[in-house]
Design a binder for this molecule. Structure first.
Ligand code: PMP
Length: 424
């Protein structure tokens, strides 16, 4: 039964039981309206209230300055955001260049401006990608697919410094950043490889003049688990299905400077003339923002569940995300501690300096090599209710996803089992 297992799956992940009970009731009959939450119109007042409450609670929990940032509920998952970030920030880059050209050449005709803009795109447009694991690699590949390799700069490939495998983050002094890139992209926590940035990469921070590069971060697998310097980001995004809620809703937190009136996305006609991709309307932040995330039919059930998780977090932790951060660290220390106590039986995959608190990846070894004991580990763990521990199919091994809804007792139980299995 549900009460007997702790599920360490990487996403979809465990959700708090009381949140699911509330959601189950809401699915049948929302607030005594006689209609379930998945049946009510997304245009209803109650849907808007649910969206606005979730936005406000997210901003409170993470200290997002609402005057400067917009919270958007999107629908195409983290994968959709790989594309959305490219479309929207390339659009913003074009808008900036276009405005600058118009200002610098007040009398110039349209054809002259267009020729200059084309030249600028050709010689200056760059999208920077920091590749530290499977997910940032996918985002990088998507950028190449959408705009073409000539515009995409690989800032660093973490595999080159680690025998062709992910598991380390090369020193920032070796990163090759472009000048004035349309975006600099990284993944804060690599779910498959168990690599997490220990903190915001200092090289991407604002300089003495207060301005810095346009930083985009994928926080799909570690959002809500530690404090983030929100104002260093132009865009951060995350699917809900790991630390926030159920699959089906993706959150983008976007600096308002990338929205009208400051930035107006270029028209489809202009992008076509420049040979740049035209965003599907559903991935255009400007459109989603203008409609308070309700341009088309959004799953209000999923926003409701995310909202309930946020309410629970705010209630549990008076010091908001700092409280969860301390608990997440404690759980991760317990599990890594148990693994480190038995180097003869376990090999932790990533380098200690970049170990993820969220996805703990390790191998079970005997006489220095992986053997059948890894299968036995999984089987025995499952038999005592520790489930979802199998590593990603691309890398194998064991992965314990230690997301927010894993209770301390769950982490303790896993740590104890790790110790006992090693001794046996
Ligand atoms: N980024 C990260 C870090 C992820 O872990 C995942 C999914 N596991 C994705 C992006 C892709 O998300 P989705 O499946 O929602 O497209």
């Amino acid at each position: 039964s549900r009460s007997e297992i702790t599920y360490f799956g990487a996403g979809p992940a465990l959700l708090p039981t009381d949140v699911l009970e509330t959601a189950a009731q809401a699915l049948l009959d929302y607030n005594g309206t006689g209609l379930g939450i998945a049946e009510h119109s997304h245009r209803s007042e109650l849907a808007t209230n649910i969206i606005n409450a979730a936005k406000a609670d997210l901003a409170t929990y993470l200290d997002i300055p609402s005057a400067d940032y917009e919270v958007l509920f999107m629908q195409a998952g983290g994968t959709g955001e790989f594309a959305a970030s490219v479309y929207n920030l390339v659009g913003a880059w074009v808008a900036r260049q276009h405005t600058a050209l118009l200002q610098a050449n007040p009398g110039a005709d349209e054809a002259t401006i267009l020729a200059s803009l084309r030249q600028k795109v050709k010689s200056e447009l760059k999208l920077d990608y920091i590749v530290t694991g499977s997910w940032s690699l996918k985002a990088y590949q998507e950028a190449i697919r959408l705009v073409g390799p000539e515009y995409v700069n690989l800032v660093v490939d973490a595999r080159t410094a680690n025998d062709g495998k992910f598991g380390k983050i090369p020193d920032q002094s070796t990163w090759k950043l472009s000048k004035d890139a349309a975006l600099v992209y990284y993944c804060d926590n690599e779910t498959v490889d168990g690599v997490e940035f220990p903190e915001f990469p200092a090289i991407l921070g604002p300089g003495p003049d207060g301005t810095g590069p346009i930083v985009v971060a994928d926080m799909s697998s570690n959002i809500l688990s530690r404090r983030i310097p929100v104002t260093n980001y132009s865009l951060l995004f995350f699917g809900a299905q790991k630390n926030l809620g159920s699959t089906g809703v993706t959150v983008a937190v976007l600096k308002k400077a990338f929205l009208p009136p400051t930035t107006v996305q270029p028209s489809a006609a202009l992008l076509r003339k420049l040979g740049l991709p035209i965003p599907p309307i559903i991935l255009q932040y400007e459109t989603i923002a203008k409609n308070n995330s309700l341009y088309n039919t959004l799953s209000i059930l999923d926003v409701f569940i995310a909202g309930q998780v946020l309410k629970k977090l705010l209630k549990t932790f008076p010091d908001k995300v700092d409280g969860q951060q301390a608990l997440s660290a404690k759980k991760a220390e317990l599990i890594y501690g148990a693994l480190e106590a038995h180097p003869e039986a376990y090999k932790i995959v990533p380098d200690k300096s970049v170990r993820s608190r969220m996805n703990i990846c390790f191998r079970v070894i005997k006489n220095g090599a992986v053997d059948e004991s890894e299968k036995a580990f999984l089987k025995e763990a499952t038999s005592i209710g520790l489930t979802g521990l199998k590593g990603h199919r691309s890398v194998g091994g064991i992965r314990a996803s230690n997301y927010n809804s894993i209770p301390l007792e769950g982490a303790e139980k896993l740590a104890k089992f790790i110790g006992e299995f090693a001794k046996a």
